[in-house]
Design a protein around this ligand. Structure first.
Ligand code: ATP
Ligand code: MG
Length: 920
């Protein structure tokens, strides 16, 4: 009896202890009621410390980690009271409203709210967060805001990501290691930041700095002092001036300055950096010799998009070019000169240069807004007769060396800020110095020597001999200015933003309201019920998505006849179809069981999104049909089938094996297509099902990625139906397979597997192999580990159908390393798609820019009916055959400039579930 009483008492005590709740309960209840929790989040226990994804210590809430659960709602304003919080994470949900005031959470170490729908940030965000180590707020549609001053208070901060956060204004100047001593990673890409790099960067301990894709400008000279840097991405800004001496950046691995206005020589301090793995200098105004980097460096330096003297890496320039470039150096390599001073012959129309034969006789750079100093290098151009540098903002002194020019007749430096004495020129030289307030006076730096031997006369104009009128007049005529034009562009489609979504809409024009009509003749019709009147119409509805009737699809596929079957996959069967004008399409008839029974509207909205993703390396989803149980998707037809056919079944299909160049080109196409998905205007789209059967080939053997987004249509939990597992399993990133966590890094992993397949010719899963080699990634890792010791192991692993010469072997080696990198176990250790594009593009044959307007070639023009549009793309792709492998995708090349070929969108609901982030 006594025992049973004791037992009951114990139970009671235990129970009361367990139900003893936390002082944080009211706040947590408020949180619960503000969030629209999904079914799989059970927060019903009265004690919040018992809630899954919540952790307490000493009965206080210390962690809330409610991530990737499709949760909507808002955050309550009193989260601040959770003063013991160390980790607050709600990333990858659809939470909206403001981020509440969190100031004073002194113990908070991690704040991770990325990929939500938050619309504002409190002014005092970070205030008092002295323990904060990591903050990730990227990809939220905040109303424009500036980096808050209160960030200074987060003195423990190590990593900060505010990518795609609508940041405006300047980057504040408090990033020195004195203020933020632990900050090593700063990601501010894809915002609207302006102005120059803050000087404090030069005194920071930053290792990763991502500022790509905005309006930053000015010099990059302070990089010289950022000696801790490992990764630097300044792509797509307006930085100008030369690259400084980078010899102190001994750990620098990534240097991406693509698409800026940088000028000057690419310094040996960059080319010689031992740590360097990836360099991208494309689309700048670099001058001098095309740089030559070490073999192990992945380089994207498209010579033609710069101003190099010759295209061959390392080839020296003409001495006249070298001399004039050192003149430009003293002027800070102005963009104006860089745009015009290209090629290896200064007498070939260079701005301000006049020649007699091949001798430079006149340098006329008056009124060019130049700053800097007068270079003593002028003295090396012995043929010079006239130097006109008047009406600029030059400073410094007139170099003594100029007096040695044997043929000099005129030196005009009037109206600048030159100081010091005027050197003694020979008789017959007209030296014009008027309009320099400090001429014959010591200047700001008290010149030594330079002007020392100068005349002490007070006159600022010293004309020793009559000016040779003709020469001066000629010299004063301005040559037309060159413009650093990278691309010729036509008018772009209008960008229209709807209140709840970021939609870029191509304007339609049509005589029929907003619809565009497309005629499809009923070529042959299977049965009477399927009969279709000729000229039945497919309507492009307002948003550009295409609804196609089942009758039309029956008609064009010959009633889904056997002989029209192109293949079967996890979602159903794909049929070939032909429109009346001969345009081919592929129709995917979805197996009802393979498609989730989501509401029709949701399905439609998801499909609508997919129809808008257009890129030359994505198989276009042209339209869809929903009719009762029938769900069909209509794709652009890819005549050469899948990569798996060419890679694994070439013998059966009596084809030739793919050569290495072709494999590289395909890999690059795929990377570019997926890079586009990952870098859509305000968000990332994740493919989730990259594999060779989803890589389709055109007649030119250029590749496109298909079936992006389809996984989203699969019913929950049904993802692993047998066919899908069979096709997909070997490509799944471990964290995705195990936890379902989806970031862009799952695509990187899959692409890594595809690279391994391209190298080895082996399938991701090959049950014909011995047990320990069935799984390609595992086998690959093993070979990779033994590669250094056993050179043969590496060579033996390469597909014997690849013709291996020395050059190919070196290229395979780089892709091998890249593949291994992509399949790193930890997502964080995998590169992003931009890096992969860089590496692969550096390995393919050099890109030759097309003269044609890329918009004309690859743009989607909604003004023309679909069959014509399809024809146009096909024609343009035919054209690409004439270009070389690496870069026919001139439009895709600048794939971050997505407006070029696409309609980026931010759909509600759908987008958020696709949204993710990478690069940390
Ligand atoms: P998953 O369902 O995971 O995508 P899958 O890619 O093997 O697997 P489907 O996408 O249904 O399956 O494609 C089946 C086959 O149809 C492909 O292997 C290919 O041969 C063919 N196919 C699909 N889309 C097209 C297309 N746009 N043009 C030409 N052939 C296509
Ligand atoms: Mg497929």
């Amino acid at each position: 009896m006594a025992k049973s009483h004791l037992f009951i008492l114990l139970c009671f005590l235990l129970n009361s202890v367990s139900s003893q709740t936390t002082v944080d309960e009211p706040t947590m209840q408020a949180l619960k009621s503000h969030l629209n929790l999904t079914k799989d989040v059970d927060w019903s226990n009265p004690n919040p410390c018992k809630w899954p994804t919540v952790e307490c210590s000493n009965n206080r809430v210390t962690r809330i980690q409610l991530n990737n659960k499709a949760i909507r709602g808002t955050l309550p304003s009193n989260l601040q009271t959770l003063t013991e919080l160390t980790v607050l994470e709600f990333f990858m949900n659809q939470i909206s409203g403001p981020i509440p005031d969190l100031s004073g959470l002194t113990r908070l170490q991690t704040l991770n709210l990325h990929d939500n729908l938050f619309d504002s940030v409190p002014k005092n965000l970070f205030s008092g967060m002295v323990s904060l180590q990591e903050a990730y707020l990227e990809y939220n549609p905040f109303s424009p805001w500036e980096i808050p001053e209160s960030l200074k208070e987060a003195t423990s901060l190590q990593k900060l990501s505010l990518t795609g956060c609508n940041l405006t204004g300047k980057i504040p100047d408090f990033f020195s290691s004195q203020t933020l001593p632990s900050l090593t990673s700063l990601q501010l890409s894809q915002n609207l930041l302006q102005g120059e790099l803050p000087p404090s960067f030069g005194a920071s301990s930053l290792q990763k700095l991502y500022l790509n894709g905005q309006k930053l400008n000015g010099s990059v000279s302070l990089l010289q002092n950022m000696t801790s840097l490992i990764e630097l991405d300044l792509q797509g800004n307006a930085f100008s001036g030369p690259i400084p001496d980078l010899s102190g950046l001994e750990a620098l691995s990534l240097f991406n300055v693509r698409e800026n206005q940088l000028t000057g020589l690419v310094p040996p301090s960059l080319t010689g950096l031992k740590s360097l793995k990836t360099v991208n200098l494309t689309n700048n105004c670099f001058q001098g010799p095309t740089p030559e980097f070490g073999k192990s460096v992945a380089v994207d330096v498209i010579a033609k998009t710069n101003r190099f003297c010759l295209e061959t890496p390392g080839a020296p320039c003409d001495p006249r070019v070298d001399t004039l470039l050192s003149v430009a150096e003293s002027l800070g390599y102005p963009v104006k000169l860089a745009t015009s001073w290209k090629g290896n012959d200064p007498c070939d129309g260079w701005l301000g240069i006049t020649c007699s034969g091949s001798n430079v006789t006149v340098v006329n750079l008056g009124r060019q807004g130049l700053t800097g100093t007068i270079s003593p290098s002028f003295a090396k151009i012995a043929s010079l007769e006239t130097i006109n540098l008047s009406n600029n903002n030059l400073t410094g002194t007139i170099p003594n060396e100029l007096t040695t020019l044997p043929k000099l007749k005129t030196l005009d430096v009037s109206n600048n800020d030159i100081y010091g004495g005027v050197p003694k020129f020979g008789d017959g030289v007209a030296v014009v110095t008027s309009g320099n307030a400090n001429i014959n006076k010591d200047g700001p730096l008290s010149p030594d020597g330079g002007g020392g031997g100068g005349s002490k006369k007070s006159s600022s104009v010293k004309i020793i001999a009559p000016v040779v009128g003709g020469v001066v007049v000629a010299a004063l005529c301005l040559v037309g200015l060159g413009v650093c034009l990278y691309k010729k562009r036509r008018a772009r489609p209008a960008k229209v933003q709807s209140p709840n979504s970021h939609v870029v809409v191509h304007p339609h024009h049509s005589g029929d309201g907003d619809a565009i009509k497309l005629s499809v003749a009923a070529s042959s019709v299977g049965g009477s019920s399927n009969s279709q009147t000729p000229n039945s119409e497919i309507h492009v509805v307002e948003s550009g998505n295409l609804v196609i009737s089942i009758q039309v699809l029956r008609s064009v596929t010959n009633n889904f006849s056997e002989e029209n079957i192109l293949g079967k996959g996890g979602f159903g069967t794909v049929y070939r179809g032909e429109l009346h004008d001969g345009t081919k399409i592929a129709v995917k008839r979805m197996e009802p069981s393979a498609v989730s029974d989501k509401g029709l509207e949701e399905f439609k909205s998801e499909i609508t999104v997919l129809t808008k993703m257009r890129h030359r390396h994505l198989v276009a989803l042209l339209g869809y049909c929903l009719d009762g149980n029938e769900k069909l998707l209509v794709y652009e037809y890819m005549p050469q089938g899948t990569l798996s056919q060419h890679l694994f079944h070439w013998k059966e299909e009596e084809r030739k094996p793919l050569d290495w160049t072709r494999r590289l080109a395909i890999a690059l196409d795929v990377a570019r297509g997926v890079e586009y998905l990952h870098t859509l205007a305000h968000q990332s789209f994740i493919h989730r099902d990259l594999k060779p059967s989803n890589i389709l080939l055109g007649d030119d053997m250029r590749a496109k990625v298909s079936d992006f987004g389809l996984v989203r249509l699969a019913p929950e939990g049904k993802y692993s139906i047998e066919t899908r597992v069979a096709g997909t399993f070997g490509y799944l990133a471990p964290e995705y397979a195990v936890t379902g966590r989806v970031t862009t890094k799952v695509d990187i992993f899959s692409l890594g597997v595809i690279l391994m397949e391209l190298i080895t010719g082996r399938k991701a899963l090959d049950v014909t192999q011995p047990e320990d080699s069935v799984h390609l990634v595992t086998w690959f890792r093993r070979v990779a580990a033994s590669k250094d010791k056993d050179k043969d192991a590496f060579k033996n692993a390469i597909d014997p159908n690849i013709n291996l010469d020395e050059e190919t072997l070196a290229s395979v080696q780089i892709v091998w390393d890249l593949a291994g990198h992509c399949c790193a176990r930890e997502p964080i250790n995998r590169p992003d798609m931009g890096h992969i594009v860089n590496v692969l593009s550096s390995l393919t044959v050099q890109w030759k820019p097309s003269e044609a307007d890329p918009d004309d070639l690859y743009g989607i023009d909604y003004d023309v009916p679909l069959p014509q549009a399809v024809k146009k793309w096909q024609a343009s792709e035919g054209l690409s055959q004439t270009m070389d492998d690496s870069g026919s995708s001139s439009s895709a090349y600048g794939s971050r400039d997505n407006t070029q070929t696409s309609i980026p969108i931010r759909p509600s609901g759908f987008a958020a579930s696709f949204t993710s982030v990478d690069g940390r």
